[in-house]
Design a protein around this ligand. Structure first.
Ligand SMILES: Nc1ncnc2c1ncn2[C@@H]1O[C@H](COP(=O)(O)OP(=O)(O)OP(=O)(O)O)[C@@H](O)[C@H]1O
Ligand SMILES: C[C@H](N)[C@H](N)CCCCCC(=O)O
Ligand SMILES: [Mg+2]
Length: 202
């Protein structure tokens, strides 16, 4: 299975979640569009087991900005047709850039990559004041596109009422809760991967 990891915003924790998914599922990793450095692919490499294969990006852009703007700065036009899922016998974790409606160009959004390459979406929702609205808007955007959503991963300081009302309105399962960690390393990722495996087929 190919999983597309999206978030309710940039910095929501998609790269951390992608590392946890790769570790839990023994999956490979692909970031189709990287805007700015360090490369998320290098971060996932450093957080996961040697066996996790990292595929090269379709686009690596120099500026940490929206891909449409970063591409223009580099004199590149992003084309949806260039996104072809790498071939692997393993599950594949595909990480978006920013949130769903981050533009790739004047026509397409990051979430338009998902139906081309993935079987299901995993939504990362960090928990800040305002995140209920951002999460439910994202769920609406995914539903409008009829994309199957495997579930939500909450990241950040526990907020049971926010989590409850998001799950209530979205009808989605919670796959994992990640709390703020002082250190994020391979051990942290392995610990969360074990928890994720317990919930995966629940
Ligand atoms: N639970 C957590 N505890 C501590 N630090 C965290 C946690 N979750 C994420 N971070 C840190 O927050 C930053 C942003 O997270 P991350 O890089 O995973 O976001 P992202 O959604 O992948 O962003 P992008 O849109 O750039 O791909 C990173 O430095 C990451 O290590
Ligand atoms: C540079 C950053 N880390 C991400 N790769 C891209 C985030 C784009 C956000 C655009 C926006 O929603 O305003
Ligand atoms: Mg990332």
């Amino acid at each position: 299975m190919n999983y597309f990891v999206t978030g309710i915003d940039t910095d929501s924790g998609k790269t951390l979640v992608s590392a946890i998914l790769c570790e839990a599922l023994k999956a490979d990793y692909w970031k189709p569009v990287q805007a700015g450095f360090p490369r998320d692919a290098d971060t996932v490499k450093s957080l996961t087991s040697e066996s996790v294969k990292i595929f090269p990006e379709a686009y690596t852009l120099n500026t940490p900005a929206s891909p449409h703007a970063a591409a223009a700065i580099d004199g590149v036009t992003i084309e949806l047709a260039k996104f072809v899922a790498p071939d692997t016998q393993n599950d594949l974790v595909i990480e978006g850039a920013g949130g769903c409606l981050v533009p790739l160009n004047d026509t397409n959004f990051v979430i338009d990559i998902a139906p081309e390459v993935a079987d299901a979406v995993i939504l990362v929702a960090d928990l800040y004041l305002g995140s209920i609205n951002h999460t439910l808007l994202t769920v609406e955007a995914l539903q409008k596109r009829e994309l199957p959503v495997k579930g939500i991963i909450f990241n950040g300081k526990s907020n049971p009422e926010s989590e409850r009302i998001i799950l209530h309105h979205s009808g989605l399962p919670c796959l994992l809760r990640i709390t703020p960690e002082e250190t994020i390393n391979h051990e942290t990722v392995k610990r969360y991967a074990e928890r994720l495996k317990e919930n995966w087929n629940a």
